[in-house]
Design a protein around this ligand. Structure first.
Ligand code: AHM
Ligand code: MG
Length: 337
């Protein structure tokens, strides 16, 4: 039998290679343990009363599901006492989540979407947790402010997600490729199963919520119309479409077998800047995709170069196989010119 490498062993290797500090290793272990706990609750579902509405709204005016609230609590509680974090930020919380004063503070800022794909919770379809790690630019004795979080995505020290699907997987980058780990539900703990994941440059598969077609901008309408014409159109080839409506699950497919994932700007979300959130959805996914050899843009600029203005800022997202992302970007730049 091949030797099983645990997440802990992998992270110790990264630490010995000088790619992560001891505190960042602890942080990633704690996030993994929180994901394990969230995954356990997700898999029990109705048995533990975890499905359905929470009856509350988050800061973005979205109705919260019970699992949004549970996952957020698990992540906050798991990460507040270890001494590795300066502060946290969550999709479910309006402003910075400070470390309680009884605990020591560390050098890192952790951002997360505790439960991504909320619309899929009650229908037993894959959902996940997305996270991003930044360095705290402030002195340790100060409480970080929102401004300390507003760093471009290329500053991320680590990024990843967990998927709660047929198996629970943790997908991670610390800037040296993308690595995935599968949870051993019986023995406990994540096992290293997918080293150096790569996104093929070419693809014949795309993911977009096509019900928004009439709200898209012209370059996006042109791109999708060409794909839909398949063999008979200018691309001369048939394309396949998938849309799970859980970004984690759609991006996981792109990381596994290639593809292009798009939540572009449209007339419905223009006032907000887009649908997906920059700091805890777009940035970590963009870092993963770039680390796997793919590309990630808004259609007009590289996602990782955006200087954030707000914690909950939204952006258009186009990511995946490089050749297709470059084509979509070229269509946008053509139209703008
Ligand atoms: P959420 O974080 O509240 O679940 O929202 C983000 C999700 C993404 O996972 C997914 O790509 C998108 O929203 C789906 O949107 P739509 O329902 O418009 O297709
Ligand atoms: Mg989300």
């Amino acid at each position: 039998m091949p030797q099983r490498i645990s997440l802990t062993q992998f992270l110790i290797g990264e630490q010995r290679a000088g790619r992560i500090s001891a505190d960042l290793r602890l942080l990633l272990e704690v996030v993994a343990r929180a994901a394990e706990a969230i995954g356990a609750t997700v898999s029990k579902g109705a048995l533990v009363g975890a499905l359905g509405e929470a009856g509350t709204e988050n800061v973005q005016g979205e109705a919260q599901k019970k699992l949004d609230v549970i996952a957020n609590e698990i992540l906050l509680q798991a990460n507040e006492w270890g001494g590795h974090l300066a502060a946290m930020a969550s999709e479910e919380v309006e402003t910075v989540c400070q470390i309680p004063s009884d605990y020591p503070k560390g050098d890192y800022l952790l951002l997360f979407d505790p439960l991504d794909g909320s619309s899929n919770i009650d229908v037993n379809v894959t959902i996940g947790t997305i996270f991003s790690v930044l360095r705290n630019p402030q002195a340790k004795d100060k409480n970080p402010t929102e401004a300390d979080f507003l760093q471009p995505g290329h500053n991320q020290l680590a990024a990843g997600y967990a998927t709660y699907g047929p198996s629970t997987q943790l997908v991670l980058t610390v800037g040296n490729g993308v690595h995935a780990f599968t949870l051993d539900r019986e023995m406990g703990g994540f096992i290293y199963t997918h080293p150096f994941m790569t996104v093929p440059v070419e693809t014949r598969e795309y993911a977009i919520n096509a019900s928004n077609v009439r709200y898209w901008e012209a370059p996006m309408q042109r791109y999708i119309a060409e794909l839909q014409q398949g063999k008979d159109g200018p691309r001369g080839s048939d394309f396949n479409m998938r849309w799970i409506a859980s970004m984690v699950a759609d991006v996981h497919r792109v990381l596994t077998r290639g593809g292009i994932f798009m939540y572009p700007l449209d007339e419905k979300c223009r006032a907000k800047g887009g649908k997906l959130r920059l700091m805890y959805e777009a940035n970590p996914m963009a870092m993963l995709i770039e680390q796997a050899g793919g590309a990630a843009t808004t259609g007009r600029e590289r996602i990782l170069d955006i200087v954030p203005e707000r914690l909950h800022q939204r952006v258009p997202v186009i990511l995946g196989s490089r050749a297709e992302v470059e084509r979509v970007t070229a269509y946008h730049l053509d139209t703008d010119a």
